[in-house]
Design a protein. Structure first.
Ligand SMILES: O=C(O)C(=O)C[C@]1(C(=O)O)C=C[C@@H](O)C=C1
Length: 365
């Protein structure tokens, strides 16, 4: 054996021994999680037990990122632990997660990033269908897109909160990379039509105008549907992401064609219960104010006075009348915090209506 072969054999031996220890430790952890489930069930007989604890998961992942010694990055290490926790939770209770489908959308990728791959993900055809699935109890949680860094807010999601009793339980951000995709079967044919979702066309507008000017653009209901069509129809291409490309066996003609390199979409996790504080949280509210001068100032002033950072404010037309508006506000802090309680009490005094949409951990992954 050469020196190289001897050294490789030694290192692989070492890796085998380490893997054995990792396996034993993961098994010990999983047994602990089973015990946690037992404690939760016996302490709450006959009740709806909340096995998934978003605040605890956020704390675990934050600690892993902070204490990670390297050489793996904190993100990479947290992703590994994300999957370990996902498998442990599935032992406690398999989670059904509804998402804006079909299979292969960025929303599915966001759901798996947030919950890990041990959940049962359920595709639904529209944002309101995701809300209904969770409201009815058919799914434990739902995942819907809420804003994109290039294209702005997804109004349909915001408007759903006006009537839905659901709470926001978490958020997750996903870097969105779009590719121009073709089927390997048809790749020698001239492309005369490109399919995509309207948001993706908007996020790749400059690239398309420069590189594929004049080719017909056909809007379909999702990127995954675009990929499906491009897979089936000769002379067509799709703009979609990696999951859809893989699902329909498409090849990349051009990689990462989004106009802005930081193109990111934020998704919300919706559920039926409130989430306790994790130590690094955000809250969302809907407020409708009387239509009078200074109303917006009056609404925002208490946040400033109590030192609460606003992370977003959006205006939506109120369903109750012409030229009446509802403000959708995100701010840092948890509704259990003393400062937040004070601010919301003041806002409530001035508002026509204040709806608390929930407090949830700031996205870790
Ligand atoms: O700490 C809990 O309550 C658990 O159920 C354990 C555990 C984990 O694996 O760490 C699993 C699922 C929860 O979502 C949070 C954490």
């Amino acid at each position: 054996m050469s020196d190289e072969q001897v050294r490789l054999a030694e290192l692989r031996d070492e890796i085998d021994q380490i893997d054995q220890k990792i396996m034993e430790l993961i098994s010990a952890r999983a047994t602990c999680a089973q015990e946690v489930a037992h404690v939760k069930t016996t302490a709450n007989p006959g009740q709806d037990v909340f096995f998934y604890r978003p605040e605890r998961e956020a704390q675990v992942l934050r600690r892993i990122k902070e204490q990670n010694p390297g050489p793996l990055s904190g993100e990479e290490m947290a992703r590994l632990f994300r999957e370990i926790m996902s498998a442990c939770l599935a032992l406690e209770k398999p989670m059904h997660i509804a998402f804006l489908g079909p299979v292969g959308t960025f929303t599915q990728a966001a759901a798996l990033k947030h919950f890990g791959h041990s959940v049962i993900s359920v595709p639904l055809p529209a944002i309101d269908a995701v809300f209904r699935e969770v409201e009815s109890g058919a799914a434990h949680y739902g995942v819907v897109p809420v804003e994109n860094s290039t294209e702005g807010m997804i109004n349909h999601t915001l408007d759903m909160f006006m009537s839905s009793p659901l709470k926001i339980c978490g958020e997750v951000q996903l870097r969105i990379h779009h590719h121009l995709l073709v089927s390997p079967k048809h790749k020698d044919q001239e492309i005369t039509r490109i399919y995509s979702h309207q948001q993706s066309f908007a996020q790749c507008r400059q690239w398309l105008d420069t590189h594929r000017y004049g080719i017909e653009r056909v809007t379909v209901s999702s990127n995954a549907e675009a990929a499906r069509r491009a897979g089936a129809e000769p002379g067509t291409a799709a703009i979609a992401g990696d999951m859809a490309a893989e699902l329909y066996g498409l090849e990349k003609l051009a990689n990462s064609i989004e106009d802005r390199p930081d193109n990111t979409t934020r998704f919300l996790i919706i559920g039926r219960e409130e989430v306790p504080a994790s130590g690094h949280d955000k809250s969302s509210i809907l407020v409708s104010m009387r239509n009078k001068p200074g109303a917006l100032y009056q609404l925002l002033e208490p946040f400033h006075r109590h030192g609460l950072s606003l992370t977003r404010i959006e205006t939506r037309p109120s369903p109750s009348g012409t030229w009446a508006y509802v403000f959708y506000i995100d701010f840092e802090g948890h509704m259990e915090d003393e400062q937040v309680r004070k601010v919301l009490a003041e806002v409530e005094d001035e508002a026509v209506e204040l709806k608390r949409l929930g407090s949830y951990p700031i996205g870790v992954l």
